[in-house]
Write a protein that binds this ligand. Structure first.
Ligand code: BGC
Length: 265
């Protein structure tokens, strides 16, 4: 069951063709809600099932089926998945399980729904939401959206068009304590903060180094941050220092669900 109540649309009815179920697959939870595709509002309370530690595809596909059943869902389904996805097929699953590689997620779900299923990278989904309905809607030039959680997700929009599967979280990055190179994700995701028991200031410094690297490589006009840590931005925003605006995603950690649903359009 969801821990916290999420805001839900109070409007009496949304035409069926304006609705899709958004599923956001994360390293710690798989979350879903029906979404009004015009406004991005959640039409029912979000439902969350913990991600199995194994990251096993069969188990996780079963959970996606449970979520579809929970909402007795018959309309299109959109899924944001934490890995590279091309033609509905998963090509990487860094924080889950390599058995995912080669899985066609849309085909795997046909036993749960006859409706169309679309899949995309989870950070791309969150960015789709922000660019269509949130703080990126008017933005031109290069806009980056980063999700901070178990992994470090990235999405890049150029003049409103998505460049899919950027995977900037896997940029080589020097680990400040271990003094060797690894990925940015291993050093600066929220999971690194927890694993290494870093205080917010120390973690923010690392994250800021990562932002500066990204800035010097892609020259965005702004960077939007999403993911669980953005619930309390005052803990890290004061330590970030870049010559462009850094904003918190308008839809907060709902942007993954909303963007997944929008991907069905
Ligand atoms: C994955 C990305 C994903 C990010 C956030 C990374 O480990 O490679 O595809 O967007 O985690 O979930």
């Amino acid at each position: 069951m969801p821990k916290k109540k999420t805001p839900v649309s109070r409007k009496p009815s949304t035409p069926r063709h304006h609705q899709a179920l958004g599923i956001d697959v994360g390293g710690s939870g798989i979350k879903a809600a029906p979404v009004n595709l015009k406004t991005g509002e959640l039409l029912q309370e979000r439902y969350r099932i913990p991600t199995p530690k194994s990251g096993d595809p069969k188990e996780m596909i079963g959970i996606m089926g449970q979520l579809i059943d929970h909402f007795r869902w018959k309309n299109p389904v959109g899924i944001g998945f934490p890995g590279v996805i091309q033609n509905q097929t998963i090509l990487t699953a860094a924080n889950l399980n390599d058995d995912w590689v080669g899985t066609n997620l849309a085909k795997a779900l046909v036993r749960f729904t006859k409706a169309p299923v679309s899949c995309l990278n989870d950070a791309d989904a969150a960015a789709l939401c922000e660019m269509k309905l949130g703080g990126g809607a008017e933005a031109r030039g290069v806009v980056l959206l980063l999700t901070i959680g178990t992994g470090l997700g990235s999405a890049m929009f150029v003049d409103g068009r998505l460049v899919p599967n950027t995977e900037f979280g896997h940029l080589p990055f020097p680990h400040p304590i271990k003094k060797r190179w690894g990925s940015a994700e291993t050093a600066a995701a929220d999971s690194a903060r927890k694993r290494e028991d870093l205080n917010w200031r120390d973690w923010s410094k690392r994250f800021n180094d990562y932002l500066q690297t990204l800035y010097s490589l892609t020259w965005p006009s702004k960077i939007i941050l999403g993911g669980g840590v953005t619930k309390k931005p005052e803990r890290f925003l004061p330590y970030l220092n870049l010559p462009i605006p850094i904003e918190i995603s308008t839809f907060k950690n709902q942007s993954g669900i909303v963007g997944a649903a929008l991907s069905t359009l």
